[in-house]
Write a protein that binds this ligand. Sequence first.
Ligand code: ADP
Ligand code: MG
Length: 367
Amino acid sequence: MATITLENLAHSYLAQPAGEADYALKQLDHVWSDGEAYALLGPSGCGKSTLLNIISGLLVPSQGRILFDDRDVTRADTVARNIAQVFQFPVVYDTMTVRENLAFPLKNRGHKANYIAARVSQIARMIGMEEVLDRRARRLTADAKQKISLGRGMVREDVNAILFDEPLTVIDPHMKWELRTQLKALHQEFGHTMIYVTHDQTEALTFADKVVVMFDGRVVQIGTPDELFERPAHTFVGYFIGSPGMNLFDAEIAGATARIGETSIALDAAYPASGGKVQLGIRPEFCRLGNDGNGLPVRIERVEDVGRHVIVRAQSQAGPLNIIAHEGLRPGPDDTHVVFEPGRINVYVDDWRISPQEENAVPAGGV
Ligand code: ADP
Ligand code: MG
């Protein structure tokens, strides 16, 4: 296994990129730690597959270098990089049996028959295909074929990393959870470096130790699920992660007080003055409804019961907002205001989170 370093990396599919907009992947420096489980999360078209294919060697970046430990592999192919990759759609040998498909990467590497047999049965158990090992792949459903692809990706123990590109797309929803759990178990058992691409936050947050969030060709934040929830570095992360996502309000700030329209909001620290578009970000979890006249005036439009809590959809002079109310704090008709927990408010300037003055006012997470 190896530490993977991306140095000054960028990629444009155009031969003569004219400006930043022509880059599918904007300039990026990042070290993927050996043995860690990462998720690469972002909406369709944001550059996830481009980045993954550059790491695996399917694509040569138009700028920068890739190192595996100290070795420059920028121009080395996938085989030379010793990487396993699983794609969105199944890649299996139709004429081979399930067993032969799973054994193929090991046979190729000249492993001994008894090792292959043991490893194949272990993987078959993980993907729930022990019963069909002797069936030909051709006769199987897309779902089953994709499980074979996943198994093939995981069968070798000696790879530098395993890369998954939205591998559960064609998998039945209830099997998704099962397979994700298996992948996580596999990571815990063998400690491979894994990079798992998805546009689904639940998949990303349950699979990974570290989530790399991409937006518009850029890595906007790398963090643990908790960090992404508590301190989204970019408004996109606030909006994309969470259900519903973070509320955002245009605001003005003077020291430790913010104003949203006519309403003064107490912050837990003073923020530096800045030009640019200032916004407050507050998650629905940290908004409290009340009727004592404190906070931002709101009008409740709808209450959705989602089981453990309710989601309150409301309107304010500064735009729509969502509030999560817990058992015992059910919204009532006289709830006219919403109060924000001061310690849970994030401040954004031109979409990037800024730190309070005490922390030297360095922009957090700027890439
Ligand atoms: P994701 O995997 O996040 O959906 P991609 O990496 O596939 O995103 O695509 C990023 C951007 O690059 C998109 O705008 C896409 O249209 C463009 N793109 C992807 N592959 C190619 C290609 N082979 N040639 C030209 N443009 C491409
Ligand atoms: Mg993709």
